[in-house]
Design a protein around this ligand. Structure first.
Ligand SMILES: [Zn+2]
Length: 221
């Protein structure tokens, strides 16, 4: 018996799920017992593997599953089912936090596809920002040296970077749609590579803004 076939059998009543959809459900269609939850967030929420998602549908599924997994329902149940309910609740909460946030969602899909994401690359300046970042660092140095005249310029730079974040979010949204529309793996991977670049730039700018805020606050304190 193959592993995937085994998964489609209910651990409690032994019945075999008649359809793929039923097999993917958290509950046995025959005895309604909670099954081992999938650690895959998309699968857990019964969502297609797209980067653009229906926020409202996700939220509704979250509330519905929160009710179905409420601990009160499992207090008197079989220990195995009780353990599954705890496991499923953890996946539900983590998955919701990740999937409802476009950046976390994209990072999740990137990781699943073998991309490295996160802070380790965020010290490299994205090439298109080199000049702007250079100027910003000069201003920060002047501020640190005690030159308060540079503060209005820093405020302006901060506003420019905030505007960049907005346009990056638009760009991200567009790239999500082209990822979802890709009809072969090559196009899909190219799109994921582009998304990784956008996220890198986004993180870099976010860190810059935080740094400017820190310096300005310590100056005003
Ligand atoms: Zn069953």
């Amino acid at each position: 018996m193959s592993h995937s076939k085994e998964e489609h059998h209910c651990w409690n009543c032994g019945e075999h799920s008649a359809s793929e959809r039923a097999a993917r459900s958290l509950f046995c269609q025959f005895c309604n017992t909670l099954q081992a939850p999938s650690p895959d967030y998309y699968r857990f929420f019964s969502l297609p593997k797209t980067l653009a998602i229906d926020d409202e549908a996700l939220q509704q599924t979250f509330y519905q599953m929160s009710r179905l997994l409420h601990p009160d329902r499992y207090g008197r149940r079989h220990e195995r089912e009780r353990n599954y309910s705890l496991e499923a609740t953890a996946i539900l909460n983590d998955g919701y936090r990740v999937l409802k946030d476009p950046v976390r969602r994209a990072e999740y899909v990137l990781r699943e596809n073998g991309f490295q994401v996160g802070e380790q690359r965020s010290n490299e300046v994205p090439p298109e920002l080199l000049e702007e970042v250079f100027e910003l660092n000069m201003m920060l140095d002047e501020l640190k040296a005690g030159d308060d005249d540079v503060i209005p310029q820093l405020d302006e730079a901060r506003d420019r970077f905030l505007a960049m974040l907005d346009s990056i979010d638009t760009e991200l949204d567009e790239e999500f749609r082209s990822h979802d529309a890709a009809d072969d793996d090559g196009a899909r991977m190219a799109s994921l590579t582009a998304i990784r670049g956008i996220l890198h730039r986004r993180r870099y700018i976010r860190n810059l803004i935080d740094e400017v805020d820190r310096q300005l606050t310590s100056r005003n304190a």
